[in-house]
Design a protein around this ligand. Sequence first.
Ligand SMILES: C[S@@+](CC[C@H](N)C(=O)[O-])C[C@H]1O[C@@H](n2cnc3c(N)ncnc32)[C@H](O)[C@@H]1O
Length: 296
Amino acid sequence: MKEDMQIHSSFEHLSTHMQNVENLGDLSSLPDAFDAIRPLGLEDFGAILWAMPDQKFPKLSEALPTMATEDVQNLWTGASGFRLLEQSLSFVRACAASYASAQNRGLAGQKILDFGCGYGRFLRLFSYFSDEVYGVDPWDKSIEQCQAAGFGDRVKLSEAVPEDLPFDGPFEFIFAFSVFTHLSESSTHACLNALRAVAADDALFMLTLRPIEFWDVAMAGHTHLNSDPKKMKQCIKDHRENGFAYYCTDQVTSPNYGDTSISMEWLANNLSGWEVVSVDRSLKDPYQRYVMLRAI
Ligand SMILES: C[S@@+](CC[C@H](N)C(=O)[O-])C[C@H]1O[C@@H](n2cnc3c(N)ncnc32)[C@H](O)[C@@H]1O
């Protein structure tokens, strides 16, 4: 376990609770295990999951999903450990607050879909609210990671340009973190439509978009992209003129997955069956703009 996570789990209220669960808890299923740590509150719930497995707590470690390795966290999501947990929790809290204010009820017990679930960092955190959290992703390695961690048939493989999705729904809440920040225009349309088909009427959908400033940061060499000024300037132009900029370094093997910025105007003009409810952002992860949509 990384040192920052160890410091976090060394709090007495955490270790005492976890020890009580070890001694008394019935952890025969994943929902039982989640239920055993929910009383600690969202952020400690996340801290425990980030630190799994922990040899001090063998029953919990057996029952709860194993966290992705530090390498996978860094490579797939650009950060790891405590910093990643803080960034991720900002999104979860924003979703919970916007959902409650727009729907006059909380996320508790709702049927939730993580669209583009990757290795499942948000499958873990949204399990604080509900046992009905499902994930899809078109990359087989994502599904392998989630299933190896213990999410079983809660996760399924989808298509990059989907006509439909492998779960029927209806979902009350859908989220897609750092997914529409990567899709081609045709994949973006297909995904928005496929998601509408599995959303309950009046459901909410939180997605993240990159602002135009992403290309300046990329040009300065601060992202995973090769800082080719000509291409980055073209993306800025595309974003200004069309509201949609897409840069794909591998047109041959993954033509629908690159880097994307989308303006709010483009989104509003291209939605069908969705309307924009609100926007938000966390300064802990400033190049992900949160946009909440409602199924209409
Ligand atoms: C940057 S990762 C983010 C993963 C996860 N949402 C997170 O924040 O930890 C982008 C994910 O989107 C997935 N993805 C790519 N194309 C997609 C599509 N058309 N539909 C859904 N997911 C897609 C990728 O396979 C990858 O797992």
